[in-house]
Design a protein around this ligand. Structure first.
Ligand SMILES: Cc1cc2nc3c(=O)[nH]c(=O)nc-3n(C[C@H](O)[C@H](O)[C@H](O)COP(=O)(O)OP(=O)(O)OC[C@H]3O[C@@H](n4cnc5c(N)ncnc54)[C@H](O)[C@@H]3O)c2cc1C
Length: 416
């Protein structure tokens, strides 16, 4: 690298690293972006079912709120680089976007490849040198100031380093949690990484028979089972998928983080409300209504008016309601209502980091300046993206956080 420029090394060419590198280079730094995979942005390519849900149509405050404990930390970065700014960035690089009814923002082309290519082009045009197939092994302060980065191909010197190496989820993408050890070695606290936005395992056999059935609108709640008084720890209203191993879909995955945060899955109860817009009395009324046909309709057929047929039949069987509305005993009607409003899912695990869309935990936020992403423990060290203790819900929130924190780090690292 040319000595007259500030030499900035960025470790990890994912969403955060590509933006950080471009921002630093645009401000005159000589930037090297180091990526262990043979190409940049591998996770972007597979995101959103290869459509890449690149942000969420919301204002920065709403985005920050969705990050729970990290909301305050993220506010400055999100305020400086909002979802609207992200959309503009992609428009400028030839990727028009669209907002879907859920608020998720996708490229009009529905191709994650276009998102990844735009970020790579933006970085390259800013002058970033991208070294792929180069894994970083260690990061240490240099004797005379600055940083030494150890790789299999030798050592790299830099004045400043931005760590954007991601978390531990979906390790096949290169994210194997390497940076935790380096950062711990530099004095940082690593909040125990755990899988989040991950499918859940468990459920009864009759639920597994429903593999492939989706309920478009339901409410999944996580209850603290240790307390006598029911306390809801988290909930999510969205679509839900039964699988052969348990449960998936946005509602199940979104609450997975509050389950993996517990010491034991036995401490948590997961309840499914299959008809969240109706209360019990409305449900009972609907289930027992005989006005039209004198009650000749079968219970399963009545349930199928509001639920997928396979689920309706399984629920009727499971609750002992294999009968007509007229024949439905009062107590069985109560049982169905209970199952519709509070079906216990008996979750006992998750598919783990292998299938987790994000990693919860990571670098403790109190040790990082939220405006610049500079480490409060080591000058010239910047930390951005999922390696930080931030994890948001499904819907484009996680890319938004990676872009915003990456940009903040890139700008700050290029400043003399
Ligand atoms: C299947 C899947 C689908 C997803 N879909 C969406 C979605 O649609 N919308 C959304 O908002 N979020 C989505 N996410 C989450 C999102 O991908 C991440 O939150 C985001 O990529 C985090 O960005 P990052 O730059 O911090 O880390 P990453 O994108 O994970 O990038 C980190 C990079 O660092 C590299 N690296 C790691 N260690 C080293 C090392 N030692 N040396 C050199 N390089 C290293 C890795 O190879 C990787 O390329 C999805 C995740 C998955 C797994």
């Amino acid at each position: 690298m040319d000595d007259q420029f500030l030499r900035v090394a960025v470790i990890g060419a994912g969403a955060a690293g590509l933006v950080a590198a471009a921002e630093a280079a645009q401000r005159g730094a000589s930037v090297l972006l180091i990526e262990k995979n043979s190409k940049a942005g591998v996770k972007i390519l597979m995101s959103g079912g290869t459509r890449c849900n690149l942000t969420h149509h919301a204002d920065p405050r709403e985005i920050a709120e969705a990050f729970g404990h990290a909301r305050r930390f993220l506010q400055p970065a999100l305020g400086a680089f909002s979802p609207a700014d992200v959309v503009q960035m992609f428009h400028q690089f030839g990727v028009p976007t669209k907002v879907e009814s859920t608020g998720k923002v996708f490229p009009v082309s529905n191709r994650a490849l276009h998102v990844r290519d735009a970020l790579v082009r933006r970085a390259s045009e800013a002058g970033v040198r991208i070294e792929t197939a180069l894994g970083v092994l260690a990061l240490m302060p240099a004797a005379g100031g600055g940083w030494k980065i150890a790789t299999a191909a030798g050592e790299i010197d830099a004045d400043r380093v931005i760590v954007t190496a991601g978390g531990r989820s979906w390790p096949g993408c290169g994210t194997t949690g390497d940076a935790y050890a380096w950062l711990r070695g530099l004095g940082h606290t690593i909040i125990e990484p755990r899988p989040a936005l991950v499918p859940l395992t468990g459920g009864a056999d009759w639920m597994h028979q429903l593999s492939g059935v989706t309920v478009e609108d339901c409410l999944v709640s996580v209850i603290d089972a240790r307390l006598q008084k029911r306390k809801t720890i988290g909930n999510r209203r969205s679509s839900f998928l039964f699988t052969h191993f348990g449960f998936s879909g946005p509602a199940a995955m979104d609450i997975s983080g509050s389950l993996t945060a517990a010491e034991s899955f036995n401490d948590r109860q997961v309840l499914l409300d299959l008809l969240p817009e109706w209360d019990r009395s409305r449900l009972r009324q609907w289930l027992t209504d005989r006005l039209r046909d004198g009650g000749r309709q079968r219970v399963a057929s009545r349930l199928a008016k509001r639920l997928p047929m396979r689920l309706a039949s399984a629920l009727a069987q499971h609750t002992g309601a294999d009968c007509t509305i007229a024949e439905l005993p009062r107590n069985v009607c109560g049982r169905i209502c209970e199952s519709l409003k509070q079906l216990p899912l008996d979750v006992h695990g998750t598919l783990g980091f292998d299938k987790a869309e994000v990693t919860a935990g990571g670098v403790a936020l109190g040790e990082v300046d939220p405006r610049t992403m500079q480490s409060r423990l080591a000058a010239g060290l910047y930390i951005a993206g999922e390696v930080l203790d931030v994890d948001g819900p499904i819907g484009g929130y996680n890319f938004q956080a990676a872009f915003s924190t990456g940009r903040a780090a890139g700008i700050a690292a290029a400043q003399r």
